[in-house]
Ligand binder design. Sequence first.
Ligand SMILES: Nc1ncnc2c1ncn2[C@@H]1O[C@H](COP(=O)(O)OP(=O)(O)OP(=O)(O)O)[C@@H](O)[C@H]1O
Length: 646
Amino acid sequence: MDPSIYLQYSPPNGLPQESKLATYMNHSTVTPTRSLNQAMSKLSIEASPTSSKKPMPMTISGHVPQQQQLIPHPQPPPIMTHIPPPHLPPQALLAHPPPQVLIGEFVPINYYTHTPSHALIQESPQSSPPTPMPMPMPVTTQVHQENVGGTTYFYSTNADSLNASAVMNTPAAMGPDVMGVGVPVASPYASQMYAGPTSHASANHKSGLAQAFYMPETIREEIYQRAQDVFLQHDPMAYPDIPEVVDRYAELVPLEATGAHALATSYRATHRRRADHVALRRLHACVGAAAPGRVDMWKQLDHPNIVRLQQCFTTKAFGDHSLVLVYDYHPACITMLNKYLGGAGGDVNGFMDPFSSDPDAPRPYTHQKNAMLRAVATGQLLPEAMLWSMLVQLTSALRAIHSHGLACRTLEPSKVIVNGCRLRISWPGIADAMHNGSFDVIQAQQEDLVALGRLILSLACRTVHCDNINACMDLVARTYSMDLKNMLMYLLTPSPNVRRTITDIMPMIGARFFTQVEALERRSDAFEEQLVNEIDNGRLLRILIKLGIINERPELNMDTSWSETGDRYMLKLFRDHIFHSVTPDGRPWLDRAHVAAALNNLDGGNLDKVELMSRDEQSVLVVSYAELKHCLENAYEEVMAAAAGP
Ligand SMILES: Nc1ncnc2c1ncn2[C@@H]1O[C@H](COP(=O)(O)OP(=O)(O)OP(=O)(O)O)[C@@H](O)[C@H]1O
């Protein structure tokens, strides 16, 4: 706008020419998008409809507020107090999580506590997702101002905006229900609006709408634990014998304490170029080369219940002729032995090794029986559903291995790792890498089935000392179903004349496959829902980044007042509105729902109005989020253009 036009008008409570607000009103409406420019040309300017208000011709991207918005505020707020627009619920980004209930580790049916849906409605009646609005066109408009109790209010008015509002209220814009023809109308801004929680998530699993916005504690804990594991710093001086670099890998950290005469050692390492983590299994002084054919077959095997073998190489970096196998690294995993069987001691009750030199140590049979009875008495036996879940996962892994013409040969509690409710066979292919001689694969596969039976029996009795099969089966029969007992009997009693296959036990698992599938579906629902929230959080973060880049920028293109004038001044006031609002008695008003709602409205660029008060509390500007979004886009484009250079 030509400043002379502005100077012609000097209202009694008008803005001084150098006012920052005036610089906003003077701002250019050149929009960053071509379509908006084209739309602008179709719009016309109309005179102010209300004679009581003083027209100030200016160019502003905005819309005529509804009639009631033009009526002066009867009691203008004496201080900067903003009432939060109640349209949108807060996002997960912005608050501490409420407590969650962990339900079932292996059968993760429910990640949330249940609450009837009426509770949700009471808690936050205005939490429905906003109606996406069409993008306002930058139009030449008129601004009215009025002074109420010493505060000047500015409104933009324009007949075209009224038309825009009218368009908003057409049946087509209101969606299929209003139109009554069932034709959904897609909003071009749907991707920018928070869609709210899904009905199945909020109605079935949560104890309040607030929980819809925060990640369930179980998921958060799992993810934090993994991150913690990955970012754990190790002192390189603590492992002086470990080489700095082994082949393409560096930063080796032992995964376990090993004795001086260990035959194998495991490390976490980092790929020097890709920077991702891997798990290395080093076989000490392994002179014979690995059987290349079978190791290659293991590399082909990609299964969710088997740790993937990436490569295998020999090295002298450790001072001997070591064979190193490289596997995918699964952070924060724990061996089944440590998790369910009490670690190296071998049972969950922490009894001593029955073969120890201690004369008071219980003898194997007594020890075994005591361990089992103690587990029953103290309620430490695992739920049957969990055992079936493990059986399904391990059976699935063995099925993949056997169908590749391989045999596991190392299925034991210390060679299965657990991550949450996922089991994986760890260090697969080690036996084939160590012994390159030929062996009977069919026989080895039969032994895998027995090993599977022993593993499940150990878990059922919560002890690795399962040599007395009869006593163990007794316990299983007393505690678990006949189906489980029959399955274990089948696995543990090989018949020399009958060749069994892993598929033979599938009918014995039967409908429990469905239970497992349902549990996984529920788990994936829970994760998907969190993903939706995180996508929205990312959107809010991006808009915050844009605001941060613009607000308080010391200078742009040698203009030191850039961030304080024009569009940027509006954004500064908006930043105050979001983050620096105060209560009527002057205390900071900290409402994260307000922050999230304001950012969502800004991102959506809808036509709702927001009152922005200048810091001297002399003026209040009533603008739509659409205008603010326009200001944001303009200012950000300016910064980007400056960053790109001439
Ligand atoms: N792929 C993997 N990713 C991350 N950690 C793993 C992986 N495989 C195994 N681990 C972890 O490495 C550690 C050592 O595993 P390892 O199999 O060497 O255990 P172990 O009981 O000491 O067996 P062994 O006596 O045969 O060495 C365990 O804590 C296990 O959780």
